[in-house]
Design a protein around this ligand. Sequence first.
Ligand code: SPD
Length: 283
Amino acid sequence: MGGLDLWFREIHKDDIALGVRVKDVLWRGKSAFQTLDVIDTEMFGRVLLLDGLFMTTERDEFIYHEMIAHVPLSSHPEPRRVLVIGGGDGGTVREVLRHPTVERVDLVEIDRLVVDKSREFLPTIACGLDDPRVSIHYEDGIRWVRDRAGAYDAILVDSTDPVGPAVGLFAAEFYADCHRALRDGGVLSAQTESPFFDREEVASIYANLRQAFPAARPYTASVPTYPGGYWCFAWASKGPDPAPEQVRERYARLGGGLKYYNPEIHAAAFVLPNYFLDLLGAA
Ligand code: SPD
């Protein structure tokens, strides 16, 4: 007799799904904000799901976390104070800490359960959270940035999708507050969904973002567990675009060990297909 054939499926927009065979269910629970599940799988290792959606997996997390952190931080002359909004699994913080100039990281995560369960079940992702440079604040990131004028060199918005409590993290008011919270030359990155499946959301996110940062633009990476696999991030800055030599010099300072990001990926990630350019034109 065969064992149980247990599958998890993330259904996107009612019409498509990504499925993964489940070896074990490690934790299931609920906070005041969302449901949280940790499953173990053959293909992706341990997987964190929030409200039934893939957030991060042991196998492909490096792609998303390296790209949301190193693209902005390599664009800044000397990032010292960094704010991560969301990102309670710790993967983005782990990458930020690779930058030798970083003195302090504020992680503002609304849901303590995400941090607690990531520490318990995803130690290779959460490993930077106990670094002395990191302060964790269990607060709403939207409120946090409101009164922090000139506090940060970089803001990284590692949010969930634009539903429920995260909707405000994609709004024009929030991006204006981020602009104010950045020092001169400050940079921002944010996860901004699938340009293929989330056309309306992406168009509206960039229209909102460009009210505060007129030169904001997307860059992309292939994240296998997100809908469609082709994912975009926003890059926005109060300073000039970095010279390619600066990006190369920053990369050398990271001292190796990265599995996705390098200076060639940095440049190539900003190259967009025509359908995505058209979408931004419409925005
Ligand atoms: N559709 C999933 C988008 C999730 C982006 N945030 C993931 C958090 C990883 N640190």
